[in-house]
Design a binder for this molecule. Structure first.
Ligand SMILES: Cc1cc2nc3c(=O)[nH]c(=O)nc-3n(C[C@H](O)[C@H](O)[C@H](O)COP(=O)(O)OP(=O)(O)OC[C@H]3O[C@@H](n4cnc5c(N)ncnc54)[C@H](O)[C@@H]3O)c2cc1C
Ligand SMILES: *[C@@H]1O[C@H](CO)[C@@H](O)[C@H](O)[C@H]1NC(C)=O
Ligand SMILES: *[C@@H]1O[C@H](CO)[C@@H](O)[C@H](O)[C@H]1NC(C)=O
Ligand SMILES: *[C@@H]1O[C@H](CO)[C@@H](O)[C@H](O)[C@H]1NC(C)=O
Ligand SMILES: *[C@@H]1O[C@H](CO)[C@@H](O)[C@H](O)[C@H]1NC(C)=O
Length: 613
């Protein structure tokens, strides 16, 4: 079928449900709802469907699609005032599978206490918290059993490294869609790196999925070990059986431009979605519901284009306000990371070997093609999560906390905080004071990213703030749906985030000074000098900090009087049948890589919608 024929046929169908975006949260919903042959589900996806594409499928090729418009929306922030005016690039997956086509495969969860904060923002009934989310985390996952796919970190541990938390098999799902696994290949940096952390007092956590995600761990990966391929939302949920369903239609190359509504007395009801294919505009009718799963950037964009948002912004663009909802596009949070890069002593084998040695690459390509294993099936998986209180001295910790409390109190007094921020900062302070919930992630990648030289091998470390106090926004600045919205994470606008990154930077210095990692390092390449003076280190952070690609929160799940956008049932406040399911609903940042959380949001949304139909 030609593209325009497919678009016409889509527009001639009256769907029960129309879903916008075929990404991470959308596909669990589409798969679940279409189990019932009586429910007609239509999905609009701006990108294409990429089957058998080695750039997506091959784990070690991650990053190769970044910047390629076939796979990546290539967004960028507005100049960041507190980061030397830099514009930070935001890759975002485009195509059936969304950002799981291009992400870095890490698969984890935050700690129980973090998800439990979410219930303080929503309504009482059907609250979102750890206990209510766990079944959905498990429903999304099929973890390779440890008997055949072991976690090799305990055997790398240094003497005296306490290994915490049993019970991992119970914490993981085994029957879900996304196949997850551990690597079987680790670069030469990993065993000494693990021991270096142990030597500075950080133990290995063998069950970070069980409610306490602190410590050093071997993160699971969204990689199917049987096929050696990336497990994306596409490959996981759109199985041949699901794709064969007559009641599920996925239209690719179709960009939604507006949600259409009819007005009722005290709310609005979505009736369909306007979309554009090859420059031509169509409408898909939805008799029951519309679900926005266009991601953290484009979901608020579509709401505003459709007349749902802050009246002030909408009026300035001449858009009629259907629901005056000031929370749309606000509350944007991200994990901002400060990087360091180190040149390794000659002979240390890392993923740079694939770049340096064409024979090795060819050999590994053959191994991968024939047995779906080897270096191309592996990616880095070492992460370490620490509470701030454990990485700075008690004196620094109380000083940071005191100044933070004072600045929050002052902003509150001056009326500079939204009700949602007031509620969030209160629970964030509680988490900080509790002292055992991680607020910083340190990760490692075993290859050179910044100007790597031929024949040399490197590693980078990055530490990122997981519970930022800075808040940003994403708003349209044009009625043209093809123009990207203004994305302003407002990084480092809160001093506490900057100081936390400084603590993270000093932590990395401690790790690389620890045996036995220390002996492997030839020189520190980034930053090129030792920045013992805090002012210099802060300058480096402002100049080099970059996104961890975990933008979230732009359509927060929170009560309307707090400034929320969706309620516990994911319906947009003031509408009777428009829901959101994607990373934009996360009300408060969690300390993990967020894809498993977004899949859980999709699983839960599917259940809630099914129940309501
Ligand atoms: C480079 C990168 C690396 C990452 N690494 C990791 C990692 O290692 N581990 C981890 O847990 N998380 C990682 N993440 C984060 C995680 O992948 C995302 O947060 C998550 O996939 C977002 O899911 P979503 O459903 O919100 O949106 P998406 O999965 O991005 O889906 C949105 C979909 O909507 C489509 N769309 C948008 N607008 C429209 C429109 N108007 N009409 C039609 N279709 C539209 C898009 O094309 C896309 O397919 C990474 C993200 C990126 C970008
Ligand atoms: C879609 O809805 C509009 C407005 O109610 C209507 O005019 C149109 O005929 C509908 N299209 C289909 C295919 O049902
Ligand atoms: C491996 O397969 C890819 C396609 O998936 C092909 O491009 C490549 O030439 C193959 N390489 C070897 C060494 O078999
Ligand atoms: C927003 O739009 C106005 C009007 O087109 C333009 O003048 C302004 O530069 C835009 N702002 C940004 C940050 O792009
Ligand atoms: C929306 O308004 C209609 C008409 O006033 C009403 O019947 C319906 O219950 C409302 N729905 C919600 C979710 O408020």
């Amino acid at each position: 079928m030609s593209t325009s024929t497919a678009a016409e046929s889509f527009a001639k169908t009256t769907f029960d449900i129309v879903i916008v975006g075929a990404g991470t949260a959308a596909l669990p919903i589409a798969a679940k709802l279409s189990e019932n042959p009586q429910i007609l589900v239509g999905v609009l996806e701006a990108g294409g469907k990429n089957d058998n594409d080695p750039l997506i499928d091959t784990p070690q090729f991650l990053g190769s699609t970044t910047g390629n418009p076939k796979y990546d929306w290539k967004f960028a922030s507005v100049p960041q005032e507190h980061a030397l005016g830099r514009a930070i690039g935001f890759p975002r997956g485009k195509g059936v599978g969304g950002s799981t086509l291009i992400n870095y495969l890490a698969w984890d969860r935050a700690s129980k206490a973090e998800y439990d904060t979410w219930k303080t923002f929503g309504e009482k009934d059907d609250a979102w918290d750890w206990d209510s989310l766990i079944p959905y985390f498990k429903a999304a996952e099929a973890a390779a059993p440890l008997s055949t796919n072991p976690n090799e970190y305990p055997s790398m541990a240094g003497l005296g490294a306490v290994i915490i938390h049993p019970g991992v098999e119970d914490a993981l799902g085994s029957e879900g869609a996304v196949k997850t696994s551990h690597n079987s290949i680790y670069s030469d940096v990993i065993p000494p790196y693990v021991k270096a952390w142990n030597n500075i007092g950080t133990s290995i956590n063998t069950n970070p999925w069980g409610g306490d995600a602190s410590g050093l761990y071997n993160v699971r990966l969204a990689v199917d070990r049987k096929t050696g391929k990336r497990a994306s939302a596409d490959s996981a949920y759109l199985t041949p059986e699901v794709l064969a369903r007559q009641n599920l239609k996925i239209l690719t190359g179709a960009q939604a431009t507006k949600v259409l509504f009819k007005r009722e007395t005290d709310n609005v009801t979505a009736t369909g979605v306007e979309f554009v294919v090859e420059g031509k505009t169509y409408v898909a009718n939805a008799s029951k519901e519309v679900v926005l799963s266009a991601g953290v950037i484009q979901t608020p964009q579509l709401l505003e284009l459709s007349g749902i948002g802050n009246r002030k912004f909408l009026e300035a663009l001449g858009i009629e306000t259907l629901v005056d909802l000031a929370g749309v596009g606000e509350n944007v949070q991200d994990h901002l990371f400060v990087p360091m890069q180190f040149l390794l002593k000659p002979g240390t084998k890392t993923f740079d070997e694939l770049r340096n040695n064409p024979d090795f690459l060819a050999e590994q390509q053959a191994v991968y093609n024939s047995s779906r294993t080897g270096w191309l099936a592996a990616v880095d998986s070492t992460v370490c999560y620490n509470p701030l209180s454990k990485i700075v001295t008690p004196a620094v910790f109380s000083s940071m906390l005191e100044r933070l409390e004072a600045s929050i109190a002052k902003n509150k007094e001056q009326g500079a905080l939204t009700p949602l921020q007031e509620a969030q900062y209160a629970v964030q302070l509680d988490l900080l004071r509790a002292g055992d919930v991680p607020g910083l992630e340190t990760l490692l990648m075993s290859k050179g990213y910044v100007a790597p030289e031929q024949g040399k091998s490197y590693f980078i470390m990055m530490t990122g703030v997981q519970h930022p106090f800075s808040r940003g926004s994403i708003h349209i600045n044009s009625t043209n749906p093809f123009k990207a919205p203004l994305i302003d994470p407002n990084y480092l606008s809160n001093e506490f985030d900057l100081e936390s990154l400084l603590a993270g930077y000093r932590l990395m210095e401690k790790v690389v000074a620890a045996e036995p990692l220390k002996d492997l390092i030839e020189i520190r390449q980034l930053p090129p000098a030792i920045l013992s003076d805090d002012e210099h280190a802060l300058g480096f952070i402002r100049a080099a900090a970059t996104t961890g690609s975990h933008l979230m929160g732009s359509c927060a799940l929170a009560r309307r009087n707090l400034g929320g956008v969706v309620g516990n049932n994911l319906k947009v406040h003031g509408t009777s049948n428009l829901r959101i399911a994607d990373a934009s609903i996360i009300p408060l940042s969690v300390s993990c890589h967020i894809q498993a959380t977004v899949f859980a949001i999709g699983e839960r949304a599917g259940d809630v919608i099914k129940r309501d139909l």
